[in-house]
Design a binder for this molecule. Structure first.
Ligand SMILES: Cc1cc2nc3c(=O)[nH]c(=O)nc-3n(C[C@H](O)[C@H](O)[C@H](O)COP(=O)(O)O)c2cc1C
Ligand code: SF4
Ligand code: FES
Length: 627
């Protein structure tokens, strides 16, 4: 790959897709027809306007992928000309993200989740049926216009098995089919797909088994209030928190959030008030708000439900965060596999803007705040906050070394607040109820409620909102217990980066402090249940594959360690010899320690957690039963 644009040119479709995003080129230097009188004979270089658009590299790739179904070398060259990016660098970005194709691909692609919750619900037999109907994965025999591909968790685990049907064209379409009852359902979805489908209120209610029950805070509107209607949102209490925020002013808002002891819900459990205060105090300008909606941790779907079911709440909370931290601009980075959530958030942002709730003068308050929605492109690592900043800037989603921390130098090198969707949603009740009243729920150190993503072998999978301090057994009971009355074998707590526990942990209180004391984590609120028929060694193999696939490859312990971990697990499954098994388990433990100690970011540091917990707590590979 060259550092200059040479070689193939974009075709008319590809150019049209890029121009629809960037506008038509104005000179020969940025991809337009060469006109010597206008453009001169030498490049003046720099061209600040084009360079300032560099962050649009991912949206430009999305535009071509959506229209054509893949990004050709010619299309990439044209984008490079428009944004003044060397092709070698653009290629590095293009090939980083799983949802972009760099070679011709069928216009319609069925992405089938074969990750852990969907495996428990028949994903492998679905893949076998698709291979029979459409040919091997990724192929389109006889020039057929449809292919299928395996995918990591699609964030639809409560209705597994799940698939995402994507069709390129103008317009392109993306639709989730879940649960997939068979290949017929997918064929129907392919035929019907002509836009981005959104969930009905009834469908949202089905995801939230507690819908309509008293005692809900974050989920109180989901499935009951029309997510497309600003009026309905206002009538159901929407935008009262913003009114209160404007009374309190920036310092008052931060004081309330701090007094509530709101801890981040994205996995790291960092105090939100501390983060906001740090950004507000930074002298460098401008400041940014980033809402982390990349939600790609296997087993997690809470942020999707909040965005699809109560999108105005997230917009309102981001606005309040902007006012509190002197940020006038925000980004909401939503994973590329969430078409319904993206559509709902975009609709809500447009309606809020039209009503003066976003813009240069929010509600006539004198505060300015607006936000942009950015779509991820299939990279779990982009949920890591600094990788997310790089992705927003149009780069490979590789984590940065810290310090500097995001509050000092985040996106575009400026002070940035980055918060998870669920964290932000909590800001509204904190302001409307007051910090003390809100914090009365939960425990002294884990205040408020928590969203639990319950999936796997339970009677009523779904999203549950319960106070911190509830036990694991109570969550399981709420979900109707193990499906079919079978025995419980294991629960994966916190996601693929979390840990397995057995039935002896049902009394565990689900708080930050209790899980920490037990050597566990709440992570992103995943409670994935496996009954006594589950082959846990197979589940571990899939988790190891996930981390190998998703490692950004930047540091050796993680890049090599995740491969070796997957290989060792495969050997352990294949080889029943006791001595060899003991040796391999020892290497596995050593490998886990090296990844924990020496990896740059949380992905490598937690890539062995689930595996090691299953070996230590559930005796997988130690006894003969799980082999
Ligand atoms: C590999 C990895 C993936 C992550 N994915 C997410 C994610 O999808 N969503 C999220 O909010 N935080 C994710 N995080 C945590 C973020 O880095 C960050 O801590 C969080 O967005 C901060 O928001 P909070 O304080 O509101 O939790 C991830 C971290 C790592 C290491
Ligand atoms: S730990 Fe893994 S994901 Fe994180 S920076 Fe290193 S290689 Fe990348
Ligand atoms: S959607 Fe399949 S595991 Fe989450």
């Amino acid at each position: 790959m060259d550092i200059h644009v040479v070689g193939p040119e974009a075709n008319a479709d590809e150019r049209a897709a890029v121009d629809a995003l960037l506008g038509a080129p104005s000179t020969g230097w940025d991809g337009g027809d060469r006109d010597i009188a206008r453009d001169g004979r030498s490049s003046r270089g720099g061209r600040p306007a084009a360079i300032a658009q560099r962050h649009l590299l991912l949206p430009a790739f999305h535009a071509v992928q959506d229209r054509v179904g893949w990004v050709s070398r010619g299309a990439m060259n044209y984008i490079c000309q428009r944004l003044i990016v060397p092709p070698a660098e653009a290629w590095g970005v293009l090939t980083f993200y799983h949802l972009f194709a760099t070679g011709p691909r069928a216009a319609a692609v069925v992405h089938v989740c074969d990750d852990i919750a969907c495996r428990a619900r028949g994903a492998e037999s679905l893949c076998a049926s698709l291979a029979e109907a459409l040919g091997p994965e990724g192929t389109a025999p006889d020039g057929r216009g449809t292919t299928w591909m395996r995918s990591p968790c699609l964030g639809q685990c409560e209705r597994a098995p799940a698939a995402l049907v994507v069709r390129a064209g103008a317009p392109a379409s993306r639709a989730v089919v879940a649960p997939v009852s068979g290949t017929d359902a997918l064929t129907r979805a392919l035929e019907a797909s002509s836009g981005h489908l959104t969930e009905s209120l009834a469908e949202l209610r089905a995801i939230v088994p507690q819908a309509g029950q008293p005692g809900l805070t974050l989920l109180r509107r989901v499935g009951l209030v029309d997510p497309a209607s600003l009026e309905a949102y206002r009538a159901a209490g929407g935008y009262t928190a913003l009114a209160r925020a404007l009374e309190l002013g920036p310092a008052g808002i931060i004081a309330e959030v701090t007094a509530a002891k709101l801890m981040g819900r994205g996995g790291a459990a960092f105090p939100t008030g501390v983060k906001w205060a740090a950004v507000a105090a930074e002298p460098a300008e401008p400041h940014y708000v980033v809402c982390n909606a990349d939600e790609s941790e296997p087993g997690t779907f809470k942020d999707r439900v909040l965005m699809a079911g109560d999108p105005f709440a997230i917009i309102e909370a981001m606005t309040i965060c902007g006012i509190a931290t002197r940020s006038t601009r925000g980004f909401l980075y939503v994973r590329g596999e969430y078409p319904d959530a993206e559509v709902r958030i975009a609709q809500a942002a447009a309606a809020a803007r039209a009503a003066g709730l976003l813009g240069d003068d929010v509600c006539g308050s004198g505060y300015a705040f607006d936000l942009e929605i950015r779509r991820g492109a299939g990279a779990y690592i982009c949920g890591e906050e600094t990788a997310l900043f790089n992705s927003l800037e149009g780069k490979r989603g590789e984590p940065r070394s810290k310090p500097p921390f995001p509050s000092q130098a985040g996106v575009f090198g400026k002070p940035t607040v980055v918060n998870n969707v669920e964290t932000l949603a909590n800001v509204l009740p904190i302001l409307t109820e007051g910090a003390a009243a809100w914090a009365a729920t939960g425990t002294a150190s884990s205040t408020g409620t928590r969203l639990f993503c319950v999936s796997g072998h339970v009677t009523r999978p779904g999203l549950y909102e319960l106070p911190f301090g509830v036990t694991l057994g109570e969550v399981l009971t709420r979900a109707g217990g193990v499906a079919g009355g079978r025995d419980l074998q294991a629960i994966l707590l916190g996601g693929a980066a979390g840990m397995f526990v057995g039935p002896e942990s049902l009394d565990l209180r689900l708080t930050f402090e209790d899980t920490r004391a037990a050597g566990l984590t709440l992570g992103s609120g995943v409670v994935m249940v496996f009954d006594d028929t589950t082959d846990l060694a197979d589940v571990l193999g899939r988790i190891a594959q996930f981390f190998e696939d998703e490692s950004c490859g930047q540091c050796v312990p993680c890049r090599v360690g995740t491969v070796r971990q997957r290989e060792l697990l495969a050997q352990l499954r294949a080889d029943a010899g006791v001595t060899a098994r003991a040796e391999r388990l020892a290497i596995l433990a050593e490998l886990g320690q090296a990844m924990r100690d020496a990896s740059i970011c949380g992905l490598g540091q937690t890539a062995s957690s689930a595996v090691e917990s299953a070996v230590a707590r559930l005796q997988v590979f130690r006894s003969g039963s799980a082999l």
